[in-house]
Write a protein that binds this ligand. Structure first.
Ligand code: ADP
Ligand code: MG
Length: 270
């Protein structure tokens, strides 16, 4: 069995220039009753085009971390930088896809795909052309005029993904995007989304409860501790067969079980 090097998890130097940098990031939520310290001293660098999966106990701050990268939240400590610039507010360079990404039921697929462009007052024609190209490329070419109620759960999530891609983000944040789907659909979508992301060279950060999904899609898996959450460890995922194995092939690869067992044990220890 392949030996897996333990990882210190902090600030691993990367050969490619960092795309996203988190430095000493802390985030506390304040309500009238209490303060909740969600994240403490998170230090991490993500390279351009890298795929990172984040796993950790429920409520530890994984979604919070994505919100910080998206600019929807501002850190209470430290800084988050994209391409060397401090994140301040949301940007169309960062796409965000959620578990239940609601489509507008009264708009057809194409109408859903161009809604972001309309809100941002982007060129409608350009957005429409982009949407049509993406639908075609990702197997939904015949569905532009369908209403969401006429699509399966898997197709809806694919439309939601394409909607985030219309804005041509170079960072994609995925917060448990497959967890509401049945097992078979989930496996199919993992394959497709993986291919789309590699195709576009997008930097991706995926939060998931599914360890098998985390390992089979990512270049590195980040394990978070319970709250106040910090990075517990980071596992680089490499396969002897090469770096372009699909999630399906990775699950059959020799090193896969070693990664799974090592990370599973860590998650159990809390
Ligand atoms: P995860 O995604 O890992 O399940 P979250 O990032 O959603 O965790 O939340 C981390 C912690 O912060 C949890 O304890 C949660 O209750 C708390 N929290 C999240 N959002 C808010 C908020 N808007 N106000 C107050 N507390 C929050
Ligand atoms: Mg969450």
């Amino acid at each position: 069995m392949a030996r897996i090097e333990p990882s210190d998890g902090i600030d691993r130097p990367l050969s490619a220039p960092a795309h996203i940098v988190m430095e000493g990031v802390g985030l506390s939520y304040f309500t009238l009753q209490q303060e909740t310290e969600a994240l403490r001293d998170v230090c991490f660098e993500i390279a351009r085009g890298e795929f990172i999966s984040i796993v950790g106990p429920s409520g530890c701050g994984k979604s919070t971390l994505l919100s910080l990268i998206s600019g929807m939240l501002t850190p209470t400590q430290g800084s988050v930088r994209i391409d060397g610039e401090e994140v301040s507010g949301t940007s169309s360079k960062v796409g965000y896809m959620l578990q239940h990404d609601h489509l507008f039921e009264w708009r057809d697929v194409l109408g859903n795909l161009t809604v972001g462009a309309e809100i941002r007052r982007m060129d409608r024609k350009k957005a429409r052309a982009k949407a049509e190209t993406l639908l075609e490329r990702y197997g939904l070419g015949g569905f532009a005029g369908y209403l969401p109620s006429q699509l399966s759960g898997g197709m809806k999530q694919r439309v939601a993904l394409i909607r985030t891609l219309v804005a041509e983000p170079d960072i994609l944040l995925l917060d448990e995007p497959f967890s509401a789907l049945d097992y078979q659909t989930r496996l199919t979508l993992q394959e497709e989304v993986f291919r789309i992301i590699k195709d576009q060279g997008t930097t991706a950060v995926l939060v998931t409860h599914d360890l098998s999904e985390a390992i089979s899609m990512a270049d590195r898996v980040m394990v978070m501790s319970s709250r106040p959450s910090t990075i517990r460890s980071v596992h680089p995922i490499t396969f002897e067969e090469g770096s372009h194995l699909s999630p399906w092939d990775r699950r059959q690869a020799g090193r896969y079980n070693g990664y799974f067992n090592a990370i599973w044990k860590e998650l159990e220890q809390r």
